[in-house]
Design a protein around this ligand. Structure first.
Ligand code: NAP
Ligand code: F7E
Length: 327
């Protein structure tokens, strides 16, 4: 049975990846940090009984900035594959907490790479490493963006991801490690954090339709993003670690839409006119914006045989329907 270690297991992607890997017959170990209230709602479908001795799913406490804990976990679990998904992943928050974001989203990646290198060298164990790189690294470089596009990050988050990206390349080149970057464009789902724009919209639509919210305040409606479905994207991560060679891959749909278009579709799905409810609020504008991200996933399609299944309108409907159901 292959063994995977997933950091950020309790996040959006961690939960979809855990489900996917369990479906493939993996033993899955997830790292999550301790929080004062239980934060595993995204894992509810797969984590029924923590004491079930037959379960191939294990959760471990750990903070990715704590290199001792991460090295101990690696030695104990001896994974075949490590998916490094944990990060301070919110771009706007990274302007408010730049140093923290650099530590968690950037520096923690070296600690993990170094722990894997040392374990592999001392035991001979081959460990494949996936780094959750981001289209935010392209920042202001005009679209379409692919693996050859120069980076120009526009936030502390984007800069921290560029640092982690290059460390991953560096460990591949220096130590012959199987270390791969997945450069994923925005991907969403009903499990998306509530402060990212898509989920903020789908949640507000459900509340406005139910009469419990009057107005939705948003920032830049003109920003364009290449939005895909997280459930499709985690398969891309797995395929990258099954490839013959480590490499870097863009995962995207090849289609971009504005925040305004997302609003139009989401509100019209429940029979509402978005313009009556959405107001622009300067508080949600960023010190520097990423205007236009549009990915070219040709390489992932050609080398990995990966392509997205869910369309943009299907994604919007899925998110709105699930928020309506939850409410
Ligand atoms: P997410 O929902 O924010 O999940 C991130 C997870 O990391 C959370 O479970 C979080 O824990 C955990 N985490 C944060 N700091 C930690 C720390 N110091 N120690 C241990 N765990 C920590 O993000 P996501 O959307 O699933 O994205 C997964 C990864 O892909 C991230 O690295 C993100 O930057 C990257 N990425 C995302 C996208 C996207 O569109 N979703 C695109 C490109 C790249 P809590 O639950 O306790 O907060
Ligand atoms: O913003 C605009 C905002 O916060 C998308 C992360 O997963 O994807 C994500 O980063 C756009 C931006 O995602 C609001 O200015 C308008 O142009 O949903 P977001 P993001 O910044 O693109 C990348 C690929 C990652 O790697 C990140 O981890 O929407 N926008 N009004 C707003 N955004 C938010 N959050 N809230 C608003 O009210």
């Amino acid at each position: 049975m292959p063994v995977a270690l997933v950091t950020g297991i309790a996040g959006q992607d961690g939960s979809y990846l855990a489900e996917f890997l369990l479906g493939k017959g993996y033993e899955v170990h997830g790292v999550m940090r301790r929080t004062s209230t239980i934060n595993t709602w995204r894992l509810d479908d797969i984590y029924h009984d923590p004491h079930d001795p037959g379960s191939p799913f294990f959760l471990h406490y750990g903070d990715i900035t704590d290199s001792t804990v991460m090295a101990n976990l690696l030695r104990k679990i001896m994974p075949d594959e490590v998916y490094h998904l944990a990060a301070q992943s919110h771009v706007q928050v990274s302007f408010e907490m730049p140093e923290y974001t650099a530590d968690v989203t950037g520096t923690a990646t070296i600690k993990l790479l170094e722990a894997i290198r040392q374990l592999s060298e001392s035991t001979g164990k081959a460990i494949r490493f996936y780094q959750a790189s981001s289209s935010e690294m392209f920042g202001s470089t005009p679209p379409p963006q692919n693996e050859e596009t120069p980076f120009h990050p526009r936030s502390p988050y984007g800069a921290a991801k560029v640092f982690a990206y290059w460390l991953t390349v560096n460990y591949r080149e220096s130590y012959d490690m199987f270390a791969t970057n997945g450069i994923l464009f925005n991907h969403e789902s009903p499990r998306r954090g509530e402060t990212f724009v898509t989920r903020k919209i789908s949640r507000a639509v459900a509340r406005i339709a139910a009469g419990t919210q009057k107005t939705l305040y948003l920032g830049n409606l003109d920003a364009k993003r290449d939005w895909g479905f997280a459930g499709d994207y985690v398969e891309g991560m797995w395929r990258m670690l099954q490839a013959d060679q480590p490499d870097d891959f863009v995962i995207a749909t090849g289609e971009a839409h504005t925040v305004r278009e997302f609003c139009e579709l989401a509100f019209s799905h429940v029979g509402l006119d978005w313009e009556k409810y959405v107001q622009v609020d300067q508080r949600y504008f960023r010190p520097a914006e990423v205007d236009y991200l549009l990915g070219d996933p040709t390489k992932a399609q050609r080398v990995l045989g990966w392509k997205p299944a869910l369309s943009f309108p299907e994604l919007v409907k899925l998110m709105v329907d699930e928020d309506v159901r939850r409410l």
